[in-house]
Ligand binder design. Structure first.
Ligand SMILES: [Zn+2]
Length: 171
């Protein structure tokens, strides 16, 4: 609805919803569930982006109790889509949470997201782009490997898995 004047047009305050008003860099980078902390050009080409998940708490994979107590934060280099015609070196700051449930045998657990599931080292959107290139554009896997900087086995497994899902949803 068009509103020419009034308080609704004022800029969001710090307390307003993070989801709706992301910072400009995070909007452009557009990795779902993540905000960009810093970005720079690399001397040999490409760009480095450092990002962290929006979520500040997570459920223990064993007992399901939600924890926001961070044991430590680690930096993990993951593969991601290029942005603006440049390759991206994406570094994700991953919290390791303490499980606060006394009856649970697990002490700590690492954050997982829809873009970066457990033990995965490339974003879901990068894998989806590679699968799309192979299945929709008919690109040979070896070429998709070069374009998306992923290994043959990674793309092949995603294509086989994605193909099975697609066939399942069509039937
Ligand atoms: Zn637990």
């Amino acid at each position: 609805m068009f509103q020419p004047t009034g308080p609704d047009l004022s800029l969001p305050t710090a307390s307003s919803t993070v989801e709706l008003f992301r910072d400009p860099v995070s909007v452009v980078f557009n990795l779902p569930g993540y905000q960009v902390l810093s970005a720079c050009d690399l001397p040999m080409g490409g760009r480095r982006v450092i990002a962290a998940a929006d979520s500040v708490e997570a459920a223990c994979p064993d007992c399901g109790v939600i924890s926001s107590r961070v044991h430590q934060r680690t930096r993990q280099r993951v593969k991601d889509l290029g942005v603006g015609g440049k390759n991206i070196e994406l570094i994700v700051i991953k919290p390791r949470f303490l499980c606060t449930e006394v009856a649970c045998a697990r002490r700590t657990f690492t954050q997982v997201t829809s873009q970066l599931p457990f033990r995965v080292r490339c974003t879901a959107r990068l894998k989806a782009a590679a699968v799309e290139a192979v299945l929709d554009e008919g690109m040979p896997i070896w070429r998709a490997c070069a374009r998306h900087r992923l290994g043959w086995a990674t793309i092949n497994a995603a294509v086989v898995g994605g193909g099975a899902d697609a066939m399942g949803s069509d039937s």
